[in-house]
Design a protein around this ligand. Structure first.
Ligand SMILES: [Zn+2]
Length: 377
């Protein structure tokens, strides 16, 4: 009888710990050995001894944290490669979240756990698509996030959201369109979507986005002509697209642009109250996380009899799993969901108080009326 993953994959204050392998997955504090799923700051933290990750994730970590911060020993693992640590077989499978993002597949004594990190199923021209790793055994576990695990969250096709931005540019050719988007993943995906939609002009970048865009290009993701968004050169930015971190689009920096149209690209833009509180004229529902349907579809495709939920709306997901005869367990991992579309980052923006109010609304359950219904359909 293979051991249940509960006996060898434990929740500790630092994060998930694989005991026989002696390593943590996405630990929130510096540890001796870490396996990192992707480069967002809430998963990839500085100061570990040995770091195992995809070559792309290691490159992202070096860009963000410097050579020293990315781990004293950095070990890239190739797609399909299997490594052994303390009798545990480790391999990575694509997660479709951002460039280099991976699920960690662990096999020990006939028992399998798949730790998916953050993931999505929508097409993303900047990274490899999510690959469901089937769990055929009798005591296997799929570990999932639950950022958007409420039935109201249904992400529309991103191409339609990009079309809204281009339509606004056609209607208001004298206004600068500034789009709030996260520096890692969202910005590059948005640029590629704009190129696919035929936008060939230079796309202007806030300084905080430049280095990761450069890295994506170095790693083989072409982004077309990019230029710095110099506010001093206000006239040149009329009718242009400017990408900036979500926190920058509401502050003085953005107001110095020419009659800015403020857009934000985030899964949270489906919550109308949030878009309004953040004074977003053009909410674009583009998410790098799975929505309700895709979370449930992924769980079904993996087919594990037991699902552990790391963070997010674990209550709703665990309940839905129970109805299908799948054992769900909320891990309540701390420190996750703080970058990309995690609520905590959104709250870090200037409208923190308002965000808090919106957050309470969410906690009490949002009804359909609070959500942009058109796309949610
Ligand atoms: Zn992430």
């Amino acid at each position: 009888m293979p051991p249940h993953p509960e006996s060898w994959l434990r929740v500790t204050p630092q994060g998930l710990f694989c005991e026989p392998g002696g390593f943590f997955i996405d630990p929130v504090r510096p540890v001796e050995r870490a396996v990192i799923t992707h480069g967002h700051a809430d998963h990839a933290r500085p100061g570990h001894g040995a770091v195992l990750a995809t070559a792309e994730t290691l490159a992202i970590m070096r860009t963000r944290m410097g050579e020293a911060g990315a781990g004293a020993v950095q070990q890239p693992i190739r797609p399909g490669e299997v490594l052994h640590q303390g009798g545990v077989a480790i391999r990575l499978a694509p997660a479709g979240h951002v460039l280099g993002s991976a699920q960690v597949v662990l096999d020990w004594q006939g028992s399998r756990a798949v730790v998916s990190g953050d993931y999505k199923r929508q097409r993303d021209p900047t990274c490899a698509p999510f690959e469901p790793v089937p769990c055929p055994g009798g005591c296997d576990v799929f570990v999932t996030e639950a950022t958007f695990a409420l039935p109201v969250f249904r992400h529309p096709p991103p191409e339609g959201e990009v079309a809204k931005l281009l339509k606004s540019l056609a209607l208001f050719p004298e206004r600068t369109h500034v789009v709030g988007c996260y520096a890692l993943g969202k910005a590059q995906r948005l640029i590629r979507l704009l190129r696919e939609a035929g936008w060939e002009a230079p796309i202007h970048l806030h300084g905080a986005l430049a280095s990761l865009c450069r890295l994506y290009e170095e790693l083989g993701v072409p982004l077309g002509p990019l230029a710095p968004a110099t506010v001093a050169n206000k006239a040149a930015l009329r009718g242009a697209i400017v990408l900036a971190p979500p926190s920058a689009v509401q502050d003085r920096w953005a107001r110095r642009l020419a009659e800015p149209v403020v857009a934000v690209a985030s899964g949270w833009m489906q919550v109308r109250q949030r878009a309004r509180l953040r004074q977003v004229e053009l909410p674009m529902v583009i998410s790098d996380h799975a929505d309700w349907d895709d979370l449930n579809r992924s769980i079904d495709e993996v087919g594990a009899p037991e699902v552990w939920v790391t963070h997010g709306r674990d209550d709703a997901l665990v309940h839905a799993l129970g109805l299908r005869g799948i054992r769900g367990r909320a891990l309540h991992l701390v420190g996750l969901g703080e970058e990309d579309e995690g609520a905590a980052t959104e709250a870090a923006a200037p409208l923190a108080d308002g965000e808090h109010a919106a957050g309470h609304g969410l906690d009490q359950g949002i009804d359909r009326a609070a959500v942009h219904g058109g796309e949610a359909g």
